[in-house]
Design a protein around this ligand. Structure first.
Ligand SMILES: Cc1cc2nc3c(=O)[nH]c(=O)nc-3n(C[C@H](O)[C@H](O)[C@H](O)COP(=O)(O)OP(=O)(O)OC[C@H]3O[C@@H](n4cnc5c(N)ncnc54)[C@H](O)[C@@H]3O)c2cc1C
Length: 292
């Protein structure tokens, strides 16, 4: 494989992805790059397109399972500073696709802009959150998104409105391309009351964290009408185990991996739970996780 001089230094081979994924498991990426600027990112995507190499974008790695066999393509990390920049203009906030949600929320609140606080405590980045239309407390990121800047696989950059992103419950039409940035339309608010609201939301969110657990994922989308946590607890699936992974006994909507866990264990557990729920309730739980 030939790499142009301008990007050759960025590419790493058979790169272990597990270290970047919340579950901490999974195989290597054939090619991996962490571009340090927008122009490097664009060049990488253009090169991959010309060479027919599939591209995958890595955000915070909180919603991903990588198979043990690894990813046969180029994985691009959005972690570099220039891809995570934040700025505000009147009641609008623009965030790079790699910006952490926690940074976006605190930036908005410190600028007295309301509308993103409900995302507080959700792990991940702007790009990942837009792909899954992440949300909590009945509000999702799509509801405040005005426009999204997209890098297409041919290397062209365009801006689309939120209607084109087709946001629905934990879904969007985004994901085939690279999300470079997004602009959110927020509401001017009183700084003191907004800060208090954020602190309150933070306390509520923190009280639902699993103490001492680090390798974790949220495998299912709430089906509507009932939370996955309630549903799985009610039908006795809390604590269900498959190899090195199990549903949390306290919060069965969370999947917890041990040191011996494999991606196959995760996939088997998810499928077993899905089948059980379907059998016992007729509800077909949808996966929240992207599988690479
Ligand atoms: C403990 C825990 C709690 C959670 N709580 C919630 C919750 O309350 N509500 C909720 O909605 N979700 C929740 N999630 C799920 C998850 O945090 C969100 O979906 C999150 O926004 C994913 O972002 P990420 O950057 O980690 O995405 P990643 O896991 O890195 O990627 C997920 C998908 O997005 C794509 N992607 C990422 N960045 C880009 C980009 N810039 N351009 C194009 N595609 C991109 C990836 O290619 C992949 O397909 C939770 C997860 C965990 C582990």
């Amino acid at each position: 494989m030939q790499f142009p001089d301008s990007i050759a230094h960025l590419i790493q081979f058979d790169y272990p992805l597990a270290q970047h994924l919340w579950l901490g498991i999974g195989g290597p990426a054939r090619y991996y790059a962490e571009p340090t600027s927008r122009s490097e990112l664009i060049e990488l995507v253009r090169w991959a397109s010309q060479e027919g190499v599939p591209v995958r974008v890595l955000g915070g790695g909180s919603n991903l399972i990588a198979r043990e066999s690894g990813v046969d393509g180029l994985v691009i990390s959005m972690a570099a500073g220039p891809l995570c920049e934040l700025s505000t203009d009147a009641n609008r906030l623009t965030a790079g696709g790699g910006a952490k949600l926690s940074h976006v929320v605190t930036h908005a609140v410190s600028a007295a802009l309301a509308g993103l606080e409900h995302l507080l405590g959700i792990p991940g980045t702007v790009g990942g959150a837009l792909v899954s239309n992440a949300g909590a407390g009945g509000r999702d990121i799509g509801s405040v998104t005005e426009k999204i800047e997209i890098l297409s696989r041919d290397g062209s950059v365009k801006s689309i409105g939120s209607d084109e992103a087709q946001f629905s419950h934990r879904r969007s039409d985004l994901g085939g391309d690279v999300i470079l940035s997004a602009t959110f339309r927020l509401e001017k608010s009183d700084l003191e009351s907004l800060t208090k609201r954020m602190q309150k939301l933070w306390i509520i969110r923190n009280s639902s964290q699993l103490p001492g657990v680090s390798k974790i994922a949220m495998p299912f989308v709430d089906p509507g009408g009932v939370t996955t946590q309630r549903l799985l607890a009610d039908i006795g699936l809390a604590g269900t185990r498959e190899g090195g992974v199990s549903l949390s006994a306290e919060q069965p909507n969370l999947l917890v991996a041990t040191e011996t866990a494999t991606s196959n264990d995760c996939l088997r557990l998810i499928e077993r739970v899905r089948q059980q729920v379907l059998l016992q309730t007729g509800i077909d739980l949808q996966s929240n996780l992207q599988i690479w």
